[in-house]
Design a binder for this molecule. Sequence first.
Ligand code: KG4
Ligand code: ZN
Length: 333
Amino acid sequence: MPNILLAIESSCDDTSASIISDAKVLSNVVSTQEIHSKYGGVIPEVASRNHEANIVPTVIAALAIAKIKKEQLTAIAITRGPGLMGSLMVGLCYVKGLAQSLEIPIIEVNHMQAHIMAHFAEEPHPPFPFLCLTVSGGHTQIVKVDGPNKMELLGETIDDAAGEAFDKSGKLLGLGYPAGPLIDKLAKEGEAIYPFPIPKIPGLNFSFSGMKTAIRYFLRDQIAKDPDFIQKNLNDICCSIQTAIVHILIAKIKRAAREHNINHIAIAGGVSANSYLRSELLKNAEKHRWTAYIPKFEYCTDNAAMIGISGFYKLLENDFAKMDIAPSPRLKI
Ligand code: KG4
Ligand code: ZN
């Protein structure tokens, strides 16, 4: 009999539920909270309230699509952190109630490990050890993955995350939130003619806040000369920003591969949906003889299937959570 898991993700602004049969994804439902786009970023209190409204219908939809009854569940996997306290709390409280009523265990999952484990939702899986560049709205990390539950953080951002660099640059350009996908789209019609600075950060750490400041001053100076500068050159500005961010990411993953002598390279997290990052990774894979692993789009941004896959590998080790676990907004990998 396969293990049937319900997985729930509620760490930021997406409420997601998924049903996993062993490591096979039967359903993966994501309720996106559009409301934050008008504020230019996620409002934590609004996110928690929307999770409360969305969580039950999202779980019902995930069960219905998978044709699974809740009485068939073996366990429930839930994101414990990192993320927003209120958002995590809604998911965890709901799961505690459901697990108690069904008399089944809870499995706690680390959101950043789950982004990496999204690669195990489909064949071919990367072999261990592999390196993963995890790039999202809140994190930028290079992780050495020695096993499903054995991961080592090699480097991370010292200030803004890569997704934040996209989103904050987009805000300066008057684009909506999240700006990453829009910059990606506009950049396709532009050229990288504006050179934004690539910071010199030692080791495998990253920094993106200097770039944001450089863009701010660049736009201020250009707008002083021509008030319509942004409108006239939007595609080229987007392409220049995207090129700078992706070059920072690729330079560090190249260094990590060299220093650790590992040639299986994966990307994960919302920014791994970026078309230029994906094509640059493939280009470098050919040049440096790496095998590159790129997730399907639906497994890049936040989703519960990745929580279920990560939870399944914990279930194999009988790694269940106690009923009194609390959310952990700054949970480390
Ligand atoms: O992993 P994710 O869904 O949520 C967090 O855990 O943060 O990542 C969201 C981030 C946002 O910053 C968004 O702008 C970025 O991923 N993103 C992209 C693209 N799609 C999503 N950034 C660049 N290009 C994209 N195509
Ligand atoms: Zn995420």
